[in-house]
Design a protein around this ligand. Structure first.
Ligand SMILES: C[S@@+](CC[C@H](N)C(=O)[O-])C[C@H]1O[C@@H](n2cnc3c(N)ncnc32)[C@H](O)[C@@H]1O
Length: 237
């Protein structure tokens, strides 16, 4: 793995034990409804396909992976991530829920996915794309492993465009979030990193152009919660 990727993996290993708790505290549990909405869209995109194969890239502690398994009932899902710590917690959750026959995990990075071309009916990435050390390479790899007509669904945090909402957002993200993040996880840097990655993530139009440049088609996007989060959807030709 590239140095950047190693560094990111170590950071997620460090915060893995408190990741779920902090996610739900910091988003006031809204992250759950964002995931549900994106997964419902994913299910819709898979209508008429049976025994779906879905890849959850940057699956972390498997919240989305589990949501997919519960919503898309026939699907087999593979979760990949670069962090052993995050994957271990995901594996434990899946085991507890008895979903091992539907969900498997593999340590693999988005920029070099260890699966053959045209393997998956859909690829899901929740709050992961902004962490890729080479975003364009990661999106190209995802396109490679998608089957023709397969769907990419990306869920990602974003800076709201309304000035007033952005003022509150900045106050929260730049001051309150790193403070709570440090108190609960002991790693303030990780939560400052979170804020930086959201700030550096391309604006919706720019990200959609990037998807098209890489080779995706039918690129769409939907803002959730006044633009605090966005769902991007695209297809492989
Ligand atoms: C913010 S977490 C999101 C986890 C999960 N998808 C969720 O919805 O909670 C970001 C995850 O991306 C993983 N990650 C970062 N860079 C990656 C890469 N290049 N390839 C695969 N996973 C990556 C991290 O290890 C971490 O688990």
């Amino acid at each position: 793995m590239a140095t950047d990727t190693n560094h990111i993996a170590l950071m997620f290993n460090d915060i893995a034990p408190t990741y779920d708790k902090l996610n739900h505290i910091l988003s006031l549990n809204v992250d759950k409804s964002w995931r549900r909405k994106a997964v419902r869209r994913l299910k819709k995109s898979l209508a008429n396909i049976s025994n779906q194969k879905i890849l959850d890239v940057a699956c972390g502690t498997a919240d989305s992976t589990i949501q997919i398994a519960k919503t898309v009932e026939d699907a087999k899902i593979i979760g990949i991530d670069i962090s052993d710590g995050m994957l271990k917690i995901g594996e434990e959750k899946v085991e507890k829920l008895g979903l091992n026959d539907r969900i498997a995990f593999c340590k693999s990075c988005a920029e070099n996915i260890e699966f053959q071309d045209d393997t998956f009916d859909a690829v899901f990435v929740a709050f992961g794309v902004r962490n890729f050390s080479d975003r364009s390479k990661g999106l190209t790899e995802i396109l490679r492993v998608l089957k023709p007509n397969g769907t990419l669904m990306v869920l990602e945090l974003s800076e709201p465009q309304n000035v007033i909402i952005r003022w509150f957002y900045n106050l929260y993200f730049k001051n309150i979030l790193p403070f709570i993040g440090k108190r609960v996880s002991g790693n303030g840097d990780a939560y400052r990193y979170l804020q930086n990655t959201v700030e550096r993530f391309p604006m919706p139009k720019e990200f959609m152009t990037m998807l098209e440049t890489v080779g995706y088609q039918d690129v769409k996007h939907k803002a959730l919660s006044c633009g605090l989060c966005r769902i991007y959807q695209a297809k492989k030709a």
